[in-house]
Design a protein around this ligand. Structure first.
Ligand code: CA
Length: 165
């Protein structure tokens, strides 16, 4: 008899909890932070003129030719660039020609054989540009072995981001 009462009380208690749980109501709210978007920047270097910066079709010892090259950061990120020269494997004239590269304040950045012309790291902000002057000269002491020769070289610019680098 006593056990039966205990069971009955337990059933009543469980039922009460279930009924209570089902009817529980609390105030709630939520909020969202939207519009979290991400975009990547660009590294973009541009040269003007794009080709034939310095050319001469009929050089004599002592002759020189110069050209101004505008280097522009057309990307959205600050960049660092370097320049190397691809020489002409089929000619030795590019080793004989002398090249001088100056910045806009007339500071000499390189002087030496055209075939090995190069520039160290130079930084350009997004949208900025600088003018480099290239001067190529056939030295006065150039001997007869170089008569009637030609060569073609290219100035190769490589750029990279400065951020985190
Ligand atoms: Ca060569």
């Amino acid at each position: 008899m006593r056990r039966k009462i205990m069971v009955s009380l337990l059933v009543i208690a469980v039922t009460a909890v279930m009924v209570g749980g089902a009817s529980l109501a609390i105030f709630t709210d939520s909020a969202s932070n939207t519009g979290n978007t991400f975009a990547t920047g660009t590294v973009d270097i541009a040269l003007s003129p794009a080709s034939a910066l310095v050319t001469h079709g009929n050089m004599a010892p002592g002759d020189s030719v110069s050209g101004d090259l505008t280097v522009t950061n057309s990307g959205s990120l600050e960049l660092r660039y370097a320049m190397t020269t691809t020489g002409d494997d089929a000619s030795t004239l590019d080793e004989q020609l002398e090249c001088t590269i100056k910045d806009s304040s007339d500071t000499v950045l390189y002087t030496g054989p055209l075939s090995g012309a190069q520039l160290g790291d130079r930084v350009l902000d997004s949208g900025d540009s600088e003018v480099l002057t290239f001067i190529v000269e056939l030295p006065l002491d150039t001997d007869n072995d170089y008569q009637g020769q030609s060569c073609t070289v290219s100035f190769d610019f490589a750029a990279e981001q400065t951020a985190n680098n």
